[in-house]
Design a protein around this ligand. Structure first.
Ligand SMILES: Nc1nc2c(ncn2[C@@H]2O[C@H](COP(=O)(O)OP(=O)(O)OP(=O)(O)O)[C@@H](O)[C@H]2O)c(=O)[nH]1
Ligand SMILES: [Mg+2]
Length: 329
């Protein structure tokens, strides 16, 4: 009876196999185990879009869903006009490719800049980001802790800079955001700039980010080794990505592609000769997804957790009666 429960030794592990290499330990088999575990669990990535009103945040979000990332799984009505965003809204798509599952969530936020007083326009967004950390924290400290905590933390925030030049408000917003979340700045509606203007503006923004101590993703201090540094240095030289968004498909030379049709031709959104949307998408989804999530977890979330712990200690010592909101920085 008991014997029948012993699993059969697969041929690869059988000692009787002729010509077996006894010096081979088989540590590399861990890779296959990790791969199987990851395939079973799937991946989650939460991206937020932030910026002034009318810069094309919702459009770019749709571009991402409709681009090569998930064109297969896209179901929707392409002709619908995107309305102005009036509340923070999360939209998720399940994507599957070669057996790997991924849940891509985009958090669309209402643009600011419409109000007469835009002073504290970052508050609802900062609150949302911190609320997700708080939810995760509560799940973590729960005695009946779930085997797998649902992760709604914002892994990355795409910050839209107007092509017409940015406001002091944008600098202040990015400065605050960069302390709690990974931010990737983009120049919105880059089709409205000439190539020279684009290059000049990109350089100017990089200088200004540096001058204001705004550390955007990929942050230099988190480069893991020289190889990492080399790759990330190239990205840092390209930031901010000059993007163009569209949810309309056109037929160009027999190919269907996402683009913006003008009198002079079609701007192909996914063509790197036309704009840098594909670089942004590849950074987020193809090359740096795991790293973006690791930094969220080990740096941004960890900082939030420590802050909350300190708040609790202060309260426990009766030093303050301040409610642990942790919302504002
Ligand atoms: N030229 C150009 N127009 C764009 C681009 N992306 C979006 N638009 C247009 O800009 C307008 C506003 O786009 P939305 O995507 O609604 O902008 P939003 O940032 O979500 O606006 P709010 O929801 O008000 O914050 C629409 O008419 C879009 O067609 C772009 O890359 N280039
Ligand atoms: Mg919108």
């Amino acid at each position: 009876m008991a014997e029948s429960m012993i699993p059969e030794i697969p041929p690869a592990l059988s000692m009787e196999k002729p010509g077996i290499d006894f010096s081979y330990v088989g540590i590399d088999a861990i890779l296959e185990q990790m791969r199987r575990k990851a395939m079973k669990q799937g991946f989650e990535l939460n991206i937020m879009v932030v910026g002034q009103s009318g810069l094309g945040k919702s459009t770019l979000m749709n571009t991402l869903f409709k681009s090569k990332v998930s064109r297969k799984s896209f179901v929707g009505t392409p002709e619908e006009k995107i309305p102005q965003t009036i509340e923070i809204k999360s939209i998720s798509h399940d994507i599957e490719e070669k057996g790997v599952r991924m849940k891509l969530t985009v958090i669309d936020t209402p643009g600011f800049g419409d109000q007469i007083n835009n002073e504290n326009c970052w508050q609802p967004i900062m609150r949302f980001i911190n609320d997700q950390y708080e939810q995760y924290l509560q799940e973590e400290i729960n005695i009946d802790r779930k085997k797998r905590i649902p992760d709604s933390r914002v892994h990355c925030c795409i910050y839209f800079i107007p092509p017409t030049g940015h406001w002091p408000l944008d600098v202040e917003f990015m400065r605050r955001l960069s302390k709690v979340v990974n931010i990737v700045p983009v120049i919105a509606k880059a089709d409205t700039l000439t190539l020279e203007e684009r290059d000049f503006f990109k350089k100017k923004i990089r200088e200004e980010l540096r001058a204001n101590g705004i550390d955007v993703y990929p942050q230099k201090e988190f480069d893991e080794d020289p190889e990492d540094r080399m790759i990330n240095e190239k990205i840092r030289e390209m930031i901010p990505f000059a993007v163009v968004g569209s949810d309309q498909e056109y037929q160009v030379n027999g190919r269907r592609l996402l683009g913006r049709k003008t009198k002079w031709g079609t701007i192909e959104v996914e063509n790197i000769a036309h704009c840098e949307f594909a670089y942004l998408r590849d950074l987020l989804i193809r090359t740096h997804m795991q790293n973006i999530k690791d930094i969220t977890s080990s740096i941004h979330y960890e900082m939030y957790r420590v802050r909350r712990l300190n708040e609790n200690n202060t309260q426990a010592n009766g030093l303050s009666d301040h409610h642990p909101a942790s919302h504002e920085i």
